[in-house]
Design a protein around this ligand. Structure first.
Ligand code: VGL
Ligand code: ZN
Length: 354
């Protein structure tokens, strides 16, 4: 057991003596600061999973230090360390987790938009046993299922292309437009739209969550894509970012820090939900083997996009250790540090109340 493990249990109480002991342990040269090297050793102990060591990249350590280091002198004072314990390490060691299960609906499995008819040739059904296993074994604090939930006159349906005028920049005319094409609607706002077959129509059989998916007690369902004028790949914002579902409020109400996403489809709705999740400041994990996609190229592009935005790509067999904070991932550590720095900046810029 490394030194930091001994402190984990006290991380809720944030006993000053415990924090001081920890600080002294890592302040090897006893100068009253954790310098960049000493901090790296601390990170190495904190972010190793119980099994082995996890090689801290130097840049990652520097990036985390930069966020925690209030006066930017490239070392942590005792007071900066206390604050970091309270507002950063606490969340690293005790995350509040949510699993978002995106659009595991009949239409994407054996209905009008069944993934097995698309270039990647994936079978949407295959996510179900993977997700059910996680739901049975992993103590997520919150579980949420999203449903693509379109009205019959929805803008994304190929058969509706003539319901709205196209913009002059549209490369395809309404007479030629077919499913699979991308058109541009005049709006306002001007809206680029990939045309899909009619799918997930509200209250239809195709819009139901597949009956083999486990629905846990106390979970939530969020509908998306309900506005006929705009598509919504993400379960947070619509594609034009004009409105949000209740999802972010729901997660905030539960004090969720970490969002895990899975479901259908990798390169469309799961991917965009993950991107918006990290944009909201949630530490975000994309569970790759619990997703299936539309095209190989789309999935590769999405994967790069996710990584470039600080989202952790994990496999389902790694999730339990992450959720229980036995495995502590550095990238997620960096996100928590950024959130702490943001909170500090907001507190400093807030006008004081008289
Ligand atoms: C989706 C295409 C159209 C999805 C929804 O859930 O990934 N894809 N609408
Ligand atoms: Zn849709």
């Amino acid at each position: 057991m490394n030194y930091i493990e001994k402190f984990i249990k006290s991380s809720f109480s944030i006993d000053k003596n415990v924090v001081t002991d920890c600080f002294l342990h890592y302040d090897k040269n006893r100068d009253g600061f954790l310098d960049a090297h000493e901090f790296e050793v601390f990170l190495n102990d904190t972010f190793s999973d119980s099994g082995g060591t996890n090689n801290i990249q130097y840049e990652m350590a520097a990036a985390i230090l930069k966020q925690l280091d209030e006066d930017q002198d490239n070392k942590l004072s005792k007071s900066e360390f206390y604050k970091s314990w309270r507002y950063w390490l606490k969340y690293v060691l005790n995350p509040v987790t949510a699993l978002l299960v995106i659009d595991v609906q009949n239409d994407f499995i054996n209905g009008s938009l069944a993934l097995n008819g698309y270039p990647a040739g994936h079978d949407g059904y295959d996510v179900i046993p993977v997700i059910n296993k996680m739901l049975g074994e992993i103590p997520f604090d919150v579980v949420m299922y999203s449903k693509d939930w379109h009205p019959p006159n929805h803008i994304s349906f190929g058969e509706n292309v003539k319901l709205r005028p196209l913009h002059e920049t549209s490369k395809v005319s309404s007479d030629d437009a077919k499913v699979g094409d991308t058109v541009v609607f005049r709006g306002p706002p001007i809206t680029e739209q990939c045309l899909w077959p009619t799918h997930c129509v509200q209250n239809s059989k195709g819009a139901e969550i597949h009956c083999d998916l486990k629905i846990v007690e106390g979970s939530y369902v969020v509908n998306k894509g309900t506005n006929p004028e705009v598509d919504s790949y993400s379960a947070f914002w619509d594609n034009n970012k004009l409105s949000q579902t209740e999802l972010v409020n729901l997660l905030s109400k539960h004090h969720v820090t970490d969002v895990y996403v899975c479901g259908l489809a990798y390169d469309v709705c799961v991917g965009f939900t993950a991107l918006h999740s990290v944009e909201h400041g949630f530490r975000t994990v994309f569970i790759e083997d619990a997703c299936r996609g539309v095209t190989q190229e789309g999935m590769e592009k999405m994967s790069d996009n996710l990584k470039g935005n600080g989202i952790v790509i994990a496999q389902s067999n790694e999730v339990k250790n992450l959720v229980e904070a036995r495995h502590r991932n550095l990238q997620l550590g960096l996100q928590a540090a950024k959130n702490m720095a943001l909170g500090r900046e907001m507190a400093q810029s807030r006008p004081s109340v008289i």
